[in-house]
Design a protein around this ligand. Structure first.
Ligand code: RRO
Length: 321
């Protein structure tokens, strides 16, 4: 048997897979299904200070047809629908890491720095063990709110305020970058903060547009059809971002890979690029929590065929020409 276990921010996970924030994680019934699944951990929907309804529906559409999507995936613009941070704080308070055998990640996405300060302070004061914060710097779908991850100075000042308040090791969710200079600039900011233990790459590729050929209509309602792209079509952008940060981050800092994982094969490629854990978004939405047992089996089978016993043996070992 091969070993799929990993350690993120000093916390052990029995296997590398869990959900991407936003997929299957807004309410307790969904979180329970993740607990009951083969996932090695789970993360909650990005929380704001107050609960939010989010954007008008339809706000998620699978793009299974290669003609429409150029390869399959999804478009969505949920608009940060969530139950408000207190709901997830209460969930974290009653969460029993030992009983569940998996740690809990909490995604926070303050609409202002003041809101983020209040939320991270509440989580720090609750002194929750086995609970790790992932601060979302990259929601592309709140009308009128640019993504923090595309403003390096704002990211730096936000981290300067939040990192000391969080105290414990934590992570940030980054948008995709498309320029080497941006990889350099973001890595330099991340490397300034000792307890910033991991970056999660990538959030959806922001502001795509999917159009139905027959009806000639946009596939989702918010923002005239503009929404974040996910799934198979963003795999290569995800791999590049994982590898770019794997190469640039200070020793000890980690990358969580997300984007385009539909089977064990893409998971293997994420680990080769440098991922220490792997989140699944679109494929989880389409297949449901049984996806975790399937991708685990597929990754194990690839590793067995290649003669790898653990994920450390090939993590970050992509060869270049
Ligand atoms: O809620 C959303 O629309 C959303 C969020 Br917060 C995010 O971080 N990424 C995304 O694709 N959608």
């Amino acid at each position: 048997m091969v070993d799929l276990s990993t350690v993120i921010a000093g916390v052990p996970l029995s296997n590398v897979f869990f959900n991407a924030a936003g997929a299957w994680c807004q309410r307790e019934d969904e979180l329970q299904a993740l607990l009951d699944s083969g996932a090695g951990s789970l993360i909650t929907k990005s929380a704001t200070y107050e609960a939010r309804e989010g954007n008008p529906t339809p706000r998620y559409a699978p793009l299974a047809d290669g003609v429409i999507s150029g390869g399959g995936g999804s478009i969505s613009s949920i608009g940060l629908a969530n139950e408000g941070y207190k709901y997830y704080l209460n969930y974290a308070r009653q969460f029993d890491v030992t009983r569940h055998g998996k740690p809990l990640f909490i995604s926070l996405s303050g609409l202002s720095l003041a809101d983020s300060v209040k939320m991270v302070t509440a989580f720090a004061q609750a002194e929750l063990s086995g609970c790790i914060l992932e601060i979302n710097f990259s929601c592309p779908n709140v009308p009128g709110k640019p993504q923090l991850g595309y403003d390096m100075n704002a990211m730096d000042t936000t981290l300067a305020t939040l990192a000391p308040l969080i105290e414990k090791p934590f992570g940030i969710k980054l948008p995709p970058y498309f320029d080497m200079a941006h990889f350099d600039q973001v890595a330099a900011v991340v490397n300034k903060y000792d307890n910033l233990a991991f970056v999660t790459c990538i959030n959806s590729v922001g502001n795509g547009l999917a159009i139905d050929l027959d009806t000639e209509r946009a596939m989702i309602k918010p923002k005239n059809g503009f929404g974040g792209l996910g799934g198979r079509m963003i795999l290569n952008t995800a791999l590049a971002n994982v590898n770019a940060f794997y190469r640039r981050l200070a020793p000890g800092k980690q990358v969580i890979g997300v984007g385009g994982v539909v089977s064990g094969k893409e998971a293997f490629l994420h680990i080769l690029a440098g991922a220490s854990a792997i989140q699944i978004g679109t494929q989880l939405m389409e297949e449901g929590p049984p996806v975790f047992d399937r991708v685990k089996r597929e990754l194990e089978s690839i590793m067995e065929k290649k003669g790898y016993n653990s994920v450390e043996e090939f993590r970050g070992k992509v060869k270049t020409l």
